[in-house]
Design a protein around this ligand. Structure first.
Ligand SMILES: Nc1nc2c(ncn2[C@@H]2O[C@H](COP(=O)(O)OP(=O)(O)OP(=O)(O)O)[C@@H](O)[C@H]2O)c(=O)[nH]1
Ligand SMILES: [Mg+2]
Length: 291
């Protein structure tokens, strides 16, 4: 029974309000810039999985969207993915920036009916930005400096149940390359576009020609209105060129290959409220409570 070579594998969900630093922490934990990061809130829409396998322990981190009051169908679907992730968690890291007041209990932020059986560790993030003392039972971390990460990993390792690895030891994530390429386009949009435009924008890989050199990838950007299409294209195409450049650099680093990235822009009116559009963009349709 006490076989010290037995493997352990646990799933840990990074929960918190939008902009709490979940994606930045995921990237710091796995040591790769997998998840897109933005100074604007609600950059993550679908959970990103990062896997850290060391010796006989595999830690699977899930970086879901931020906990918010849903106002439209996209946000409802985002929240559904959090509830689903929490159902399978062996532990929950509840992230809250040190710059904000005492975190409210996690349960008060969760959608009604969410089952939370896993142990919760409150993690105060962005510890490099303010001097703060950790309250008892909480952890101070900085994804920027690495402060607190060894303690955070130790907490997770101690809670990873005995069992087989769920993924190959050298796997970093579970999502296909196409997912990440579309995400890098959205990241550029969050960086370069203002106000409602990045929120009205979705990206979908339309073609991914692997055999070619450079790798040819075409991404279609969807916005909700014709006026937004004009903004995304920009004066004489300047904005779409800048978006493509930023996303291409990220994609080349990710794939380790030269990439020819082509961006198209289309309008898809009200996609954020359309069940069909959201399903197509990868949001699972909730089984229990259809909307
Ligand atoms: N200085 C500092 N900034 C951080 C740290 N962690 C995150 N940030 C910044 O906080 C902002 C939000 O980070 P994200 O990782 O995108 O936050 P998130 O919780 O994933 O946000 P959503 O996906 O929108 O819910 C970005 O500008 C990050 O650069 C940190 O440890 N130190
Ligand atoms: Mg995020």
């Amino acid at each position: 029974v006490n076989d010290s070579t037995a493997t352990r594998c646990g799933t840990f969900v990074l929960a918190g309000r939008p902009n709490a630093g979940k994606s930045t922490l995921l990237n710091a934990l796995v040591g790769e810039p997998l998840a897109i990061v933005s100074s604007k809130p609600q950059s993550t829409r679908l959970p990103v999985v990062g896997i850290l396998t060391e010796d006989n322990v595999q830690l699977v981190f899930v970086d879901p969207p931020g906990l918010l009051e849903p106002k439209y169908l996209l946000q409802h679907r985002m929240l559904d993915t959090i509830a689903e992730a929490l159902r399978h968690a062996d532990g929950v890291l509840y992230l809250q920036p040190v710059t904000e007041a005492e975190p409210p209990p996690l349960a008060t932020l969760l959608p009604a009916g969410t089952v939370l059986r896993a142990p919760v560790l409150t993690v105060r993030t962005k510890a490099d930005t303010a001097s703060a003392a950790a309250a008892p039972g909480t952890l101070l971390v900085s994804a920027a400096t690495g402060q607190g990460l060894p303690d955070l990993l130790a907490w997770c390792r101690a809670r990873a149940p005995e069992g087989d690895f769920r993924y190959e030891a050298d796997n970093l994530s579970t999502q296909p390359q196409r997912f990440f390429v579309a995400e890098f386009v959205r990241e550029a949009a969050f960086e370069l576009l203002e106000e409602e435009v990045p929120y009205s924008l979705a990206a979908e890989v339309d073609e991914f020609r692997e055999g070619s050199e450079p790798v040819y990838i075409r991404v279609v950007i969807y916005v909700e209105r014709a006026s937004q299409k004009g903004i995304v294209v920009g004066k004489r195409g300047a904005m779409i060129k800048a978006l493509g450049e930023a996303a291409r650099i990220r994609t080349e680093a990710f794939l380790g290959q030269r990439v020819y990235l082509e961006l198209w822009v289309k309008t898809l009116p009200k996609w954020r409220s359309s069940p069909a559009a959201l399903e197509r963009f990868g949001f699972p349709v909730p089984k229990t409570r259809p909307r």
